[in-house]
Design a protein around this ligand. Sequence first.
Ligand SMILES: Nc1ncnc2c1ncn2[C@@H]1O[C@H](COP(=O)(O)OP(=O)(O)OP(=O)(O)O)[C@@H](O)[C@H]1O
Ligand SMILES: [Mg+2]
Length: 270
Amino acid sequence: MISEYIKQSGESMAEPAGKNLIAVCGKGGTGKTASTAMMARTLYESGRAGKLLLIDADPAMGLLSALGQNVKRTMGQIREKIIKTAQKGEKEEKARLGDMIDYMVFEALTEMDEYALLAMGRTETLGCFCPVNTLLRSAVETLSQSFDTILIDGEAGLEQINRQVVRQLDILLIISDPTSRGIETADLIKKMVMDDNVIKCEKLGLVYNRVRGSEDLLRQSAEKIGVSVTGFIPFDENIAAHDLVGKPITDLPADSPALVAYREIIEGIL
Ligand SMILES: Nc1ncnc2c1ncn2[C@@H]1O[C@H](COP(=O)(O)OP(=O)(O)OP(=O)(O)O)[C@@H](O)[C@H]1O
Ligand SMILES: [Mg+2]
């Protein structure tokens, strides 16, 4: 069923630039969600992203408001249903669970013209349900295969993406603000990838967000931790203004400085 998913708006699109699985991570509050929303807009406006899937992997689900969207069901709710059925369900129902999972994940997918959206949400039932997580992750991985570009808004740590979403990325973008704590977290994330193999990824890049001052100093800090700088995103008054009145970040004016900077980053990636 998942592989039958076909995006309707393909006619006016340029050729997709090949498969890209991109995740965004970084210290809390550095602008991961705003960045994901701006990249999402840039991707679907570029016409080169092909079929685009956005995954909100943060339990707080900030990406939904940054996009001005909602979802009927989260993956967390599906996980609950599976755990309850596995614990209390009839024998027959339990036996069918494996077959039902792909379908349930498909039900959590919200499809729009520009992109499809999946929210991981939070899980209520505490404890380790590794077999359930593995089944769900493999369903998300299968679903991802039907898309050309997948963009994930994550948390600071990468374990949650690896445990619940995907085990392999093409690009991991670490968002940092121009503070030493942001860069320290970027360093920790780099070590998680390079030394601890928390997740596999082809390319690692650092994006400085809310930049107001010298780029040279920031570049030097990135050099010290051995991560290349993918881009500098200026502090953008429009983002603050949109946040204040709860307007989606994706509705920023087309010439908004941060959006313009993300357009360049995406051009470099695609
Ligand atoms: N380039 C920018 N210019 C101005 N304000 C920005 C910029 N990027 C993000 N912000 C603001 O910074 C705050 C944090 O952004 P955001 O919620 O995207 O961070 P986050 O890393 O996703 O946070 P969390 O760790 O809580 O998920 C928000 O108020 C957002 O509007
Ligand atoms: Mg966020």
